[in-house]
Design a protein. Structure first.
Ligand code: GLU
Length: 309
């Protein structure tokens, strides 16, 4: 297909702008409730290294659940596939991301997949490092490596806000600790998790990571293998089966591109032989996906026949 230029992207944004009024910004993490629901940005990072973008492309937003793909890649690199999937399953849950009840249904207890919070917390607990600071430092370095951008950092206000209000994630961690799914100190794992969720990015940086996954884990510019191909494939497969919360099935039908969303309103999509696409629009639907992000990806996918199916 022909490459989209920035004017075309800008006009697609104008077509979907009004959908922002159909949703609400997340407020269960107090700092996220301050986001402006009308912010809107999109970026495409092509495999040849060209990046096009439109809208509020300089606006930073926190990764939130999009970070689950990144921590999974790092945990796989650190521990290997067998170790990771002894502790976390591979099946979609069909439940909301912070649901606790399926943990009770399996013996021995095992979170269903790394994209729901229980699984993501277990994955974060597997990241190597002597203490929380070292683990967070390794996650940040991994982000810098993937984007070739050392300016990426943690939004401390969002991290602190989530850490103080993460009663449900704390309960998940206590449950996982009781059943030996995770090791070590609960507050430390929660600290790493809330900081990984609070890594600040803009759409261009995020689309570059999407493109790296699309490029089988190789950096687009240096061709260096940053994530082993097989692990990049595992991550993209989870993006298809459970990347868009309990709307992943509908998203696969309507859009058909591996993607992961977060409650900040970001979406990172990754399409082999094409590149990375990212969208930011903080107004969310009831499942936690960006309403404008969903609409825009649906339009782009249909217009340019991007579905992998
Ligand atoms: N930090 C958020 C949480 O665990 C991430 C949720 C999300 O983006 O789905 O509640």
């Amino acid at each position: 297909m022909e490459k989209l230029d920035e004017n075309t992207l800008e006009s697609w944004l104008d077509n979907v702008r009004e959908y922002a009024f159909d949703g609400h910004v997340a407020d269960y993490i107090p700092a996220l409730s301050k986001q402006n629901p009308e912010k809107l940005a999109v970026s495409i990072y092509y495999l040849d290294g060209e990046c096009v973008y439109a809208g509020d492309h300089q606006e930073c937003f926190t990764l939130q659940s999009i970070s689950k793909v990144i921590s999974l890649a790092l945990a796989l690199i650190d521990n290997g596939e067998e170790y990771v999937f002894q502790r976390v399953g591979m099946e979609p849950s069909g439940d909301p991301f912070h649901s606790i009840y399926r943990l009770e249904q399996h013996r021995p207890s095992k979170p269903l997949n790394p994209m729901i919070n229980a699984g993501a917390l277990a994955v974060t607990n597997m990241i190597r490092g002597q203490n929380a600071d070292e683990k967070v430092g390794r996650l940040l370095s991994f982000m810098h490596e993937m984007t070739d951008d050392r300016t990426i950092n943690i939004n401390e206000a969002v991290a602190e806000s989530e850490f103080q209000s993460a009663y449900l994630n704390r309960s998940l961690l206590y449950y996982l600790r009781q059943h030996d799914v995770i090791k070590g100190n609960i507050e430390e794992t929660l600290d790493v998790y809330t900081k990984q969720c609070s890594i600040d990015v803009n759409v261009c940086q995020l689309s570059r990571i999407g493109a790296l996954f699309a490029n089988e884990g190789r950096d687009l510019h240096s061709n260096r293998q940053i994530i082993p191909k097989h692990f990049a494939r595992i991550c993209k497969t989870f993006m298809v089966t459970c990347g868009m919360y309990d709307a992943s099935g509908a998203f696969a039908i309507k859009v058909g591109i591996p993607a992961k969303s977060g409650v900040s309103g970001g979406v990172m999509a990754s399409l082999n032989h094409f590149g990375g696409i990212s969208v930011y629009g903080p107004s969310l639907d009831k499942k936690g996906n960006s309403v404008v992000g969903l609409k825009l990806l649906e339009i782009l996918s249909n217009r340019y026949d991007l579905s992998i199916f």
